[in-house]
Design a protein around this ligand. Structure first.
Ligand SMILES: [Zn+2]
Length: 418
């Protein structure tokens, strides 16, 4: 592969827009779009919808199905999500690329972390600047520039911006699965590591909630007729924790037990919440069976009659480094080398939309966003020089997918075997 004159024009166009590419992300960070802040999400959605209009395709706003949640009081509620944005460009082109990102952040509406501030070393510190409003700006910059390339008609794409990635993509999951089936190659714009390294394999992740219902009773006058939900929850939590170490690379993190009552009342409700990480599908099935065994078993409280129900499930399948992923990462490394960028990769403990896309049959590289770090904290930062750098990398991928030097249908065949 080499950089052709038309390619260079696209790269130069990106470099010429550096201030705009960085500044628009800084502007978006000033809009709080915590995953549960529906007003803020709606504001961010409308701003992005306006920007997406610069692309040649149809822009759709897609409402998402609410998801079920168990409250601390033991009630089942429906959680509403913001709307996703989808753009479809040249759906009949021979190469189909899927680009995804999320416009929600982990910072709630009440967070005092509201603006971007430059650090003394030049890094930008702000809510979502790396994860991933910076990434959205990078994605759009690459596409906007690619639209001026003479080979653009060979590449069609579907772009999805979701409002619920930081809470597991339960609402967007059907949209991600559909795009995963349709596309040849996926590009997702989660932040790269500070040195530019990409994530290779990712574990799968599930969030589970066990609701324990007992019987309230006066602790003094009528203790024997009570059924203690907190004691049952504690035993369930201990049994879940004991799964750690039972199978390679499977972890169970009992994160929360809620419930209880005044000291003179036998408590009738408790909820155990936990996260599970697995290296592959077989481990996911193993741990799921173990969890069900624990739920079905009568908790050894010495009191029968507790009602135990399991809620939640796996939100992200594991994303192993298979042959399609290996080949795609090699292609990204080659594209980076043309730009003088050294691209490495390593496994990540985190999960993202790339897990969903891969499970649906799409080879994808999911850390094409800006270089940064300390995400999900008030120290979150991104390097401003990485915006142009990463937009050029993605534009280079699009140009080489268009030329066929990166074989998109071949990568898809490696993934699906078809
Ligand atoms: Zn993210």
């Amino acid at each position: 592969m080499r950089i052709l004159p038309h390619d260079q024009t696209v790269l130069d166009a990106i470099a010429g827009r550096e201030a705009e590419i960085v500044d628009r992300a800084i502007g978006w960070c000033a809009i709080n779009s915590g995953s549960r802040n529906l007003d803020g999400l709606s504001h961010q959605h409308d701003v992005l919808q306006g920007v997406l209009a610069a692309l040649p395709g149809e822009v759709e706003s897609l409402p998402l199905e609410p998801s079920e949640r168990v409250t601390d009081a033991g009630d089942i509620r429906q959680d509403e999500f913001g709307a996703a944005l989808r753009v479809t460009v040249r759906p009949d082109a021979p190469v189909q690329v899927v680009l995804t990102g999320h416009y929600d952040t982990v910072y709630p509406a009440t967070s005092p972390f509201t603006t971007v501030t430059p650090r003394e070393d030049g890094a930008l510190n702000g809510p979502g600047i790396a994860d991933m409003k910076g990434g959205i700006s990078v994605m759009l910059a690459a596409l906007e520039a690619f639209e001026a390339h003479p080979d653009r008609d060979r590449v069609g794409y579907r772009l999805l911006l979701s409002p619920d990635e930081e809470i597991g993509s339960l609402g967007s999951a059907p949209l991600l699965a559909e795009l995963g089936r349709i596309g040849h190659v996926g590009l997702t714009f989660e932040p790269a590591m500070a040195d530019g390294a990409l994530a290779s394999s990712r574990k799968g992740s599930g969030n589970f909630h066990i609701l324990v219902k007992g019987q309230a009773a006066h602790a003094g006058r009528d203790f024997a007729s009570g059924r203690n939900a907190v004691a049952g929850a504690a035993q369930i939590a201990a049994a879940l924790h004991a799964l750690n170490g039972e199978r390679d690379s499977v972890t169970v993190n009992v994160a929360q037990i809620s419930g209880g009552s005044p000291l003179n009342v036998v408590p009738d409700t408790a909820v155990v919440r936990f996260n599970v990480r697995v290296p592959d599908q077989a481990s996911a099935e193993w741990v799921r069976n173990e969890i069900e065994r624990i739920v079905i078993a009568e908790p050894l409280t010495g009191q029968h009659g507790l009602k135990v129900s399991l809620h939640g499930g796996f939100t992200r399948p594991a994303k192993p480094l298979d042959a399609s992923q290996q080949a795609l990462l090699e292609a990204v490394r080659a594209a980076g080398a043309l730009l003088g960028q050294e691209i490495a990769w390593k496994p990540s403990g985190g999960v993202c939309e790339g897990n969903n896309l891969h499970a649906a049959g799409l080879p994808n590289v999911d850390t094409l966003g800006v270089r940064g770090g300390d995400i999900h904290s008030e120290n979150e930062y991104a390097w401003p020089q990485s915006f142009v750098e990463r937009a050029q990398l993605s534009a280079m991928l699009l140009m080489k997918l268009a030329s066929g030097e990166i074989d998109a249908p071949g990568l898809k065949r490696l993934r699906t075997g078809a």
